[in-house]
Design a protein around this ligand. Structure first.
Ligand SMILES: Cc1cc2nc3c(=O)[nH]c(=O)nc-3n(C[C@H](O)[C@H](O)[C@H](O)COP(=O)(O)O)c2cc1C
Length: 312
């Protein structure tokens, strides 16, 4: 797969994550329905989900296990092993998933973590698991290749993790040589007065800008970015170093080529497959053919075809 991605001039990247209390369920289109013993028959057996604090009710109706120190060590080692496999598989970027209410985020937010050991309580303690996972991944990943970390800049509605916490985390990640912070949001909810992040265009770019500026680390802006101008404006404003997009690319897979054209890049067709680019360059060349330049000639030619009463 990575060979194929590289052949097309792209950079293969992989995201490593652990679902924690959000695991053992079906995907989004089945509304995260928990796996049951019935699902085992089709090769999807349920598993014991783990979380920092079992006392806090999970988003899924499955009783979780509270992680002990052996579980924590085992999961950090699993991240290490997954990193080695990602190198063997030929990836050039690895991203640690520390957002969206998955395991690392569960440790970070006091809305999901009420431990009273070295992994809970103070901000420093709640960040410990994220930092240890990051250090393990960085240790295995080649020094000349980047490690990204995706965080939720703020929790979801009713949560407790805020932007200053993310800035502190970004500084701690920089200290263990994480190269880029990928700034998302949401995934842990609760009963505080924290609102949902409004889904305006580029809705997380200002969080990215603050983290980039205050933690002096490269960032990715993602979320609600749909036009080339939005993307370019975010970069020019210094709110991010990289733009990431998901849903707009489902709608328009050729977005990068269209963005290149919108921003006046030379030969935007070069961002498409060679065969497509060839046809589109021919279409451009047709616009300047002699036969297209003279209205009389065009009318005469069309009359030739439309008034054609001859039969073959
Ligand atoms: C089909 C699909 C799959 C996604 N899978 C992941 C994922 O595995 N990890 C992740 O961090 N975000 C995932 N996301 C979230 C996107 O990375 C992105 O943060 C979010 O969709 C907001 O960006 P957008 O407005 O450009 O879509 C996914 C989004 C979509 C649409």
């Amino acid at each position: 797969m990575t060979d194929m991605i590289k052949q097309h001039g792209a950079v293969p990247a992989i995201q490593l994550g652990h679902s924690g209390r959000k695991g053992s369920c079906h995907g989004a289109i089945e509304d995260w329905r928990p796996l049951t013993v019935e699902d085992a028959k089709s090769g999807l057996p349920p598993w014991q989900i783990m979380t920092p604090s079992a006392a806090i009710s999970p988003p899924r109706p499955i009783p979780p296990k509270e992680m002990d120190h052996d579980d924590i060590k085992r999961v950090i080692e699993a991240f290490r092993t997954a990193t080695k496999r990602s190198i063997d598989a030929g990836y050039d970027i690895v991203e640690i998933h520390g957002a969206h209410g998955y395991l690392i985020h569960q440790f970070l937010s006091s809305s999901a973590n009420q431990r009273d050991d070295a992994y809970g309580g103070s901000l420093e303690n709640r960040m410990r698991f994220a930092v240890e996972v990051s250090a393990a991944v960085r240790e295995e990943w080649p020094q000349d290749k980047p490690v990204f970390f995706r965080l939720s800049a703020v929790d979801g509605k009713g949560g407790s993790w805020r932007l200053p916490d993310s800035i502190a985390l970004a500084k701690a990640l920089r200290a263990v040589d994480i190269d880029v912070v990928d700034v998302s949001s949401g995934g842990v909810t609760g009963s505080s007065d924290m609102p949902m992040v409004p889904r305006i265009p580029a809705y997380q770019a200002s969080f990215s800008g603050r983290i980039r500026q205050e933690a002096s680390i490269k960032t990715i802006a993602v979320g609600g970015i749909t036009t080339a101008k939005q993307a370019e404006d975010i970069l020019q404003a210094g709110d991010a170093d990289i733009i990431a997009m998901a849903r707009e690319l489902l709608w328009n897979a050729d977005w990068p080529a269209h963005a290149a054209e919108a921003l006046g890049v030379d030969d935007p067709f070069s961002y498409l497959p060679t065969g497509y680019a060839h046809r589109l360059r021919l279409r451009e060349a047709q616009k300047t053919m002699d036969i297209n330049q003279d209205q009389n000639l065009i009318a005469k030619s069309l009359r030739y075809f439309l008034d054609d009463n001859t039969s073959s």
